[in-house]
Design a protein around this ligand. Structure first.
Ligand SMILES: Cc1cc2nc3c(=O)[nH]c(=O)nc-3n(C[C@H](O)[C@H](O)[C@H](O)COP(=O)(O)OP(=O)(O)OC[C@H]3O[C@@H](n4cnc5c(N)ncnc54)[C@H](O)[C@@H]3O)c2cc1C
Length: 596
């Protein structure tokens, strides 16, 4: 069975040695008291919960899956999931970065990000129940009326109730403008909601007393398309004035989807049969309100990719050191044994280092993004808040798509390290591959993320957000300009920065003539930008490691090896990606492509 050890040392390296977060928090009044020791203690305890409580349930959850009782419409989660959830609630974990006004602990989002990486490594299917709850909390916190906030936020904060996001319908996934669910206003100010949703994660389960569904639906005479969608909160059980649970609302799970991975998470068809709901935000502005939850969820999905990359790497590394097959090409490395451990073989090393570089680079990117969210939410300085918000907007599609594409590559490589033993179930590697595949699909497919990045976030504001990030890169390059030891990192970073600028201008010019040029380039473009961002963080990590390696701690030497591997073996992928992005739309949009 797969094992998991929380990567505390690497998290602490990124938090304290690269980003110096405790200093950052001093500038944020809400978090000024959060010092390095507090952070480390929380992360260490969170790691114990992930490794000791959740990881042992991962394999059983995959094998057993969820079951639906057609008579009662109740869903049973796999053995142990409910007990683990109760422990999670008892431990106060749901409240970690929630608002103290509703019972939260008020810790930075950055801490929650570390925690969720570990939950996802240990058990992605389980982690989706609290993950979506956190998104629902954020959406209601931003857009709920004071009454709705008082009713729902304390229970979502404590974890006594969980949340869902109900967007997708059979005929509408990416294109939410097509959705048909209806909301009829009632004299008491509530709405009667009717519709059929599919693919709703955590839509029904036995973990918590109530489920708070956030549902997109149309009001009567709403404008067509995405401009006519409103958002409603629809609880499984209605809530009485004193906060106790009332009548069962007719929002039922009609069926569970059978699927490739994340079997422990209930993916539900949800039939909403005249259920009572309440409007969240403005009429017809539901998508804008829901975007709070979608953005949180997109970062959450990136963390799922990161979590799986890390756990797959850890297991493949142990296996590669132990499994003996064939001799090293350059002569025996373990002459006392009948063969060498497979970790001596160049390609096995390459697969392991790829996973490690993706995990450690991903950790830096995701923690930086979380830090920007903390700045955006808590800085007293408006300019800092605005700059941080721009970075979050730019980086969100990259975190979602680049980290999950990388996880698919990394989990597949790590399975390959096991040879045939990776393909059979016994070692748990094929589960990581299966679980990781959905991350590229839900929360807006990775194609949609790439269109969001190139179309909206970059070309949509004439490159302003990208230029801001470019300024950070430029400042770092200038700082390291005279440092000889940094040239191997800084030069390729600067080179890629120039190329991204030219590529962006070129696609922007072509898009004036033909909008399909954006669609034809977007996926390659996102991957190039992902590498630009990774190169920046890898160069920053290399700088710290160079400064500290003389102390003899092998951690820094390993960090430098991984940084060099990243620049030598992974970053050069951008040359081909830039070429294919520049090759334009003609070859894919040729009208004769599918005439036979
Ligand atoms: C296990 C699982 C859990 C899920 N959980 C939830 C949940 O909790 N809540 C929820 O509401 N939904 C959920 N979903 C739904 C998920 O978000 C959708 O499946 C996803 O958004 C894609 O929609 P679709 O499946 O209808 O595909 P479609 O929208 O039909 O897309 C099909 C293909 O066309 C591509 N495509 C579509 N439009 C464009 C375009 N403009 N340009 C380029 N390519 C395009 C897509 O990228 C995709 O490759 C879940 C799905 C699964 C499988």
């Amino acid at each position: 069975m797969a094992q998991y050890t929380p990567p505390l040392r690497d998290m602490q390296f990124v938090l304290h040695e690269v980003f110096n977060v405790a200093e950052e928090f001093k500038a944020l009044p809400a978090h000024a008291e959060v010092d390095a020791d507090t952070l480390n203690a929380v992360i260490e305890e969170g790691g114990k919960f992930a490794a000791e409580v959740l990881a042992p349930l991962n394999r059983g959850g995959d094998e057993e899956g969820c079951t639906l009782d057609q008579g009662t419409h109740e869903v049973k989660t796999p053995t142990g999931f409910r007990e683990a959830y109760l422990r999670y609630v008892e431990g106060g974990w749901p409240a970690l970065s929630c608002d103290p006004q509703y019972g939260g602990q008020g810790l930075p989002i950055t801490v929650n990000q570390c925690f969720f990486e570990m939950l996802n490594s240990a058990n992605q299917a389980w982690a989706m129940y609290p993950g979506l709850t956190h998104g629902a909390y954020e959406c209601l916190h931003a857009h709920g009326t004071p009454e709705l906030q008082q009713t729902y936020l304390p229970k979502l904060t404590s974890g006594e109730w969980t949340g869902t996001m109900c967007l997708t319908e059979a005929h509408c996934g990416t294109d939410l403008g097509l959705l048909r669910s209806k909301a009829e206003p009632q004299p008491d100010g509530s709405y009667t909601i009717t519709g059929n949703k599919i693919f709703i994660s955590s839509g029904e389960h036995d973990l918590a007393a109530n489920i708070v569904h956030l549902v997109l639906a149309r009001l009567p005479e709403a404008p067509e398309g995405s401009k006519g969608i409103s958002l409603f909160v629809v609880p499984k059980f209605l809530v009485n004035a004193d906060g106790s649970l009332g009548a069962r609302n007719p929002v039922y799970c009609g069926a569970l989807e059978h699927k490739m991975g994340i079997h422990g998470n209930a993916t539900c068809q949800i039939n909403i049969d005249g259920a009572k709901g309440w409007l969240v935000g403005e009429p017809h502005k539901g998508l804008a309100a829901m975007f709070v939850m979608m953005n949180a969820a997109r970062l959450g999905v990136g963390m799922q990719g990161l979590g799986l990359t890390e756990v797959a790497y850890q297991n493949a590394l142990v296996y590669a050191k132990d499994r003996i097959q064939m001799r090293s090409l350059s002569g025996p490395k373990a002459p006392d044994k009948p063969a060498d451990p497979i970790i001596v073989h160049a390609d096995v090393r390459k697969m392991l280092l790829t996973a490690r570089a993706y995990a450690e680079g991903g950790r830096a990117l995701s923690l930086w993004t979380a830090l920007m969210i903390d700045r955006e939410l808590s800085s007293p300085d408006e300019t800092i808040r605005k700059d941080a918000a721009d970075q979050v907007a730019l980086l969100t599609p990259i975190v979602k798509a680049f980290l999950t594409d990388n996880a698919w590559i990394a989990t597949s490589h790590c399975m390959q390290v096991y040879g045939g033993h990776g393909y059979v179930s016994e070692w748990g590697m094929e589960q990581f591959v299966r679980d990781s595949r959905i991350n590229m699909i839900y929360e807006g497919t990775n194609t949609i993320q790439s269109l969001d990045l190139l179309g909206r976030k970059v070309l949509g504001d004439n490159g302003a957000k990208l230029k801001k990030f470019g300024k950070l890169v430029q400042e770092f390059i200038e700082e390291g300009g005279t440092n000889e030891a940094m040239q191997e990192f800084v030069n390729p970073l600067a080179d890629l920065g120039d190329k991204v600028t030219k590529l962006t201008t070129e696609i922007g010019m072509k898009a004036f003539q033909n909008a399909d040029e954006v669609g034809a380039a977007a996926v390659d473009y996102l991957r190039v930008c992902g590498h630009l961002v990774f190169a920046y963080f890898w160069a920053r990590m290399a700088k710290v490691a160079l400064e500290k390696q003389s102390g003899g701690d092998p951690f820094y030497k390993a960090k430098l090896v991984t940084a060099r591997f990243y620049f030598a073996k992974l970053l050069p992928e951008t040359a081909a990606l830039i070429r294919t992005a520049r090759a334009g739309a003609k070859s894919v949009m040729d009208e004769e492509a599918f005439i036979v």
